[in-house]
Design a protein around this ligand. Structure first.
Ligand code: FAD
Length: 547
């Protein structure tokens, strides 16, 4: 039977693992630090260090667990029976949004642009997402809406609210608020991938305003001050800015029918809503609403990559920490050769995801350069597919490193695991992303072929890269049905090629060697640790989370 004894004032059961202590999420992550410098955000490191320490505090991790246990609640009516459609959150929810706003993650890359702005934001996102993922949803949607709203002649009316770093959760007209959030509503009951099926309707009211009727089947962050929504407008679909409150101090009739009972992402609210003649302003070109919202989705997809990378990183750190404290068969888990192989494989995955995510964020910073814009267009959907899928496997494997303790809700692993699939589903599910990679390749066949070929040519001593590039290019030469059937392979190989290229150029030799040999050069990658390659486990584990 386990003996329980006291160390200082904290009871610690024998062979149980202590919680992670306070740590700096920036300074402890070599791949992150190197990537931030390489991708042009080195001048912003002081702020990242400060935030790394703040976000790495153990009390914040405990609060994150709490707000996911006690999720939001819908209150449709007040005590007098008046319709209010209010969602109430655990008080800790505001704490996480305040932290995100203070870092400028909700819009700073647009309202305070400059060298490395997207990369620095990505680094903040990678740290915040390790602690509390649900609060990233409203932050992402607000940030992604800004470039669309900036083109509207009335943007100056809301700019100060979007640029503010002070989170303001009061529910009321914008005239009385210090900041605002924006959500997005596209998915309806009949489908979310094929937006042409959207049935909500918009009828003109004059002066650029419309009345919306219809519904949205998924409408996250329903307490946002506005949503960008898609609705039928004449023969096409347009994008509309739908405020929660109208200027005269009246709630816009957007009825929250219920909140989704979700697998994960429990701190965040996702609703079903109905529009009862709700007032909205059209934005973007009339009839081009799908294109407008697809542009917005390109930004949210970057954030899915970042969010999944953050989950992988936190799961890995928790796994390594656990293995350094837990014993079985007379040795610490970390000293068992098979566990070292599994953890090293996981560390490689996390490092490669971090490197790729920051490279992609760098391409968003440099989108004014044609080559960077082309890479961004091609790589965003591919990375959204592959990295979000990897996060599901990585969080599952790290949960298993914790054994049975990983599966129960007392610790962080079950939550990390439940959080992982959503990034793969929303903002364009896996298949839709892979089909989008094909679309990008069709739009610019020559540059895409050159990019893929160039990734292999850059490393003439690496036949595995050449083989992957040739396989990918052959798939792109198939007829449409053939291409579609191969689309997941195309997206995966594209990401692996970019990751291998980045690691070969920038990571220590032993790390890039391990990546290329295990990911591109050997079969058997269906479970972590199952590749016929001896990974440089000591160095990998020490780099991943210094002991
Ligand atoms: C927690 C959560 C919050 C959400 N919040 C929002 C929100 O705030 N706003 C919003 O608008 N939406 C939101 N969504 C909806 C989300 O974006 C959609 O669920 C997603 O886009 C998929 O649409 P669907 O559910 O209708 O699936 P479908 O479109 O029915 O697709 C089902 C499956 O078929 C695949 N598929 C589709 N077309 C093809 C094809 N041609 N070939 C092969 N496979 C295909 C898809 O990849 C998917 O796997 C949210 C979803 C979740 C889970």
């Amino acid at each position: 039977m386990d003996r329980v004894y006291m160390a200082q004032s904290v009871p610690v059961a024998e062979n149980q693992v202590p919680d992670l202590p306070d740590c700096n999420l920036y300074l402890m992550d070599e791949a992150l630090v190197e990537g931030v410098r390489r991708e042009g955000a080195g001048s912003r490191e002081a702020g990242l260090e400060t935030w790394g320490a703040r976000l790495g505090r153990a009390d914040l991790a405990r609060l994150a667990a709490e707000i996911n246990r006690q999720g939001p609640v819908l209150r449709s009516f007040d005590r007098r029976g008046m319709r209010i459609d209010v969602v109430e959150f655990h008080p800790g929810w505001s704490e996480f949004l305040s932290l995100a706003f203070a870092q400028g993650m909700h819009g700073g890359a647009w309202t305070e642009p400059g060298q490395g702005a997207q990369v620095a934001r990505a680094a903040h996102y990678l740290m915040h997402g390790q602690v509390e993922a649900g609060s990233l949803c409203p932050v992402t949607m607000t940030s992604a809406a800004i470039p669309l709203l900036m083109r509207e002649p009335w943007f100056h009316e809301i700019r100060p609210l979007l640029a503010s770093r002070e989170y303001d959760d009061r529910d009321g007209p914008l005239t009385g608020k210090r900041s605002m959030m924006v959500g997005m509503g596209m998915t309806e009951r009949q489908g979310g991938s094929d937006l042409r099926a959207n049935l909500s309707r918009a009828e003109p009211q004059g002066k650029g305003w419309f009345r919306l009727t219809g519904h949205k089947w998924f409408f996250s962050s329903p307490m946002s001050d506005a949503h960008l929504v898609l609705a039928r407008d004449g023969d096409g679909h347009s994008c509309f800015y739908l405020p929660r409150w109208l200027d005269e101090g009246r709630r816009n009739p957007v009825r929250i029918l219920r909140l989704k009972d979700k697998l994960g992402n429990r701190s965040n609210a996702s609703a079903e809503v109905e529009f009862e003649d709700a007032l909205a302003r059209r934005i973007g070109e009339p009839g081009r609403g799908i294109a407008t919202l697809v542009e917005m989705a390109s930004y949210t997809r970057l954030d899915c990559v970042l969010g999944s990378t953050a989950l992988m990183r936190q799961a890995l750190v928790q796994g390594v920490h656990h293995a350094r404290h837990r014993r079985a068969f007379g040795r610490l888990l970390i000293d068992q050769p098979l566990m070292r192989q599994v953890l090293a494989d996981l560390a490689l995955e996390s490092e490669a995801a971090t490197v790729l995510a920051l490279r992609l964020a760098g391409a968003f910073d440099r989108a004014g350069q044609p080559a960077e814009q082309a890479l961004r267009r091609l790589l965003t959907p591919a990375a959204k597919f592959w990295i979000c899928k990897r996060a599901i496997d990585v969080t599952a494997e790290c949960m298993e490193v914790w054994g049975g303790n990983g599966y129960v809700e007392d610790g962080p692993m079950a939550r990390l695991y439940r959080e992982a699939p959503v990034n793969s589903i929303w903002e364009g599910s896996g298949n839709v992303m892979c089909l989008d990679v094909l679309r990008a390749a069709r739009q610019e066949p020559q540059p895409v072929a050159q990019t893929v070929d160039g990734l292999a040519r850059a490393h003439p001593g690496e036949p595995a890269l050449r083989a992957a590039a040739d396989r990918l290019l052959s798939a792109l030469a198939l007829d449409t049905d053939g291409q579609q059937a191969m689309a997941r392979m195309v997206a995966r190989d594209l990401v692996l090629l970019v990751q291998a290229d980045l690691l070969l150029r920038h990571a220590p030799d032993w790390l890039s060697r391990a990546f290329v040999d295990s990911r591109l050069g050997a079969p058997g990658g269906d479970a972590f640790g199952a590749r016929p390659v001896a990974l440089a486990s000591d160095a990998l584990l020490q780099r991943a989370w210094p002991g």
